[in-house]
Design a binder for this molecule. Sequence first.
Ligand code: B12
Ligand code: SF4
Length: 482
Amino acid sequence: MKKLLLTASPVTLRGVENFARMPNLGLASIAGNINRNTTLPRVADLAAAPGCPEKFLMRIISEFQPDIVGFSAMTFQYQNTLYMVRKVKQFYPDIITFLGGYHATAAYREISSSADMDFFDFIVRGEGEISVRELIDKLDSSGNDFSSIAGISFRNESGKIIHTPERVPADLAEISLPDREARILSKGFYFLGGKADVVETSRGCVFNCGYCSIKCMYGSTFRKFPVERVIADLKQLKANDVEFVMLADDNITLDPERFIRLCCRIKEEGLDSLGYIIQTGVKTLLSRPELPEIMTDAGMKYIFLSLDDPDSPAADFFNTQEFRKDDAFRLIRELRSRGAMIMGGCVIGAPRETEKSLMDTYRFIGKTGVDAVAFLILIPYPGTPVRASLMEKNLITNLSDYSRYTHEYANIRTHGLSSERLAIIVERMNVRYMFEYNSIWRFILKFPIHIFKRFLVEILHSPKRIMKRGIAFCSGLLSRLS
Ligand code: B12
Ligand code: SF4
């Protein structure tokens, strides 16, 4: 029997943590799909670790004594993951280490050709459920030839790096439910103060937004889990007193017929008492006029809406979805009148954007009436089309310090705006929006206790940041009053 410890990175963004901390679903899904006769899995999502996450990890390892430790990392988390895997290999050289997730999948060539590969025995690219099962079964057998396992990279016995062919995306009907019982840390995950978890209903997206990492993981596919499997998963969460469920789908309304069927089944099963957080775009939401009513009736009331300005010079460069602005205004009005809270996301930083075009985008978002917005500076993630294009134009100002690949930093410039200028403009847009369009008061009034608690956490953890924000807050307030 092999003991498998799967870990998710403790590095999170304060801005995100202020409203949500979601447990990692991918690791629970791997745990739910390994061979129980050969493997005992545990999942440690270090985002919720008490005290120092690195010390916590070492304690878990000394108690659980795993044979294999797996690390999951998004791009901005990779540097910290590297630090942790080094520690693990230093103290436990016999432990076999896996790296998986988005960064591993997008940047496996870069990682495997660097000294980092000394610390990872295997990189698992793409979906992990079947690769990990096959890999552990192979480790258990006497053979040392891993080249028959699709979607992995490793050093063979003669030291040569082998990348096996890509794994064909799995038939989702064959993926078993996630094993959330395998989680060592199950407390400390929330959405706006309520207990939260994550469920998938589909994987992938067929659009081609140039900044999106999804193609690296799933190619251009859209696969659906059977609706009854989703219902069974949701029932388990409801029985465990979960209040909010993030549906992890990239674009849940891509197939409107199926989405409607799902909403109806949620209602029929009384699962509409849960609050659902979904991600979608204007174009697919507009595809059926009855969608706003059906989805809000089913409890899908927290909507991350991709709201890239269709008239901005960014639209062509990012290749985002086209829609008519009037339709977007009408859609958002209707969703809000049905009790939905809409958080718009708008990526900016295309080469031809100027201060004037950014201001036009700002006004457009203001006119939509969304409850909140995040103006996000484009991140040139490895493996995305925009990275290649911006590299050609020499517009990436930080190519390799991935710890800064969060929307808090500008890692690019435009033809007319330096990184520093872009960062200042975007910070101002985000703060000004809260006051000019009153979104800050809507949140304070709706979730006063949660916001007060997060404010205290911020003061304790990052007094400097809170002071900076406080100054921005006061200047925003003053400009609102003047
Ligand atoms: C849910 C979600 C969130 C949630 C929760 C995140 C969490 N706890 O995991 C929230 C809303 C909090 C969130 C926030 C952010 N997210 Co997010 N998020 C997602 C989303 C939509 C779903 C993740 C998911 O559950 N997928 C389903 C599971 C089953 O798949 P999976 O996680 O990929 O895991 C599989 C494989 O990757 C692999 N695998 C993963 N880990 C490991 C480890 C090992 C050892 C192995 C072998 C295999 C393996 O096997 C798993 C099973 O097949 C993805 C897009 C997507 N569809 O995946 C974006 C995504 C992961 N997020 C992304 C980003 C950028 C962010 C933010 C930085 C955005 C921001 N504006 O600030 C923040 C940072 C959050 C933070 N930690 O502070 C990017 C990552 C890009 C990158 N290259 O790193 C993605 C890919 C979105 C995108 N389309 O570009 N996010
Ligand atoms: S619609 Fe969303 S998930 Fe699909 S490619 Fe664009 S950003 Fe990615």
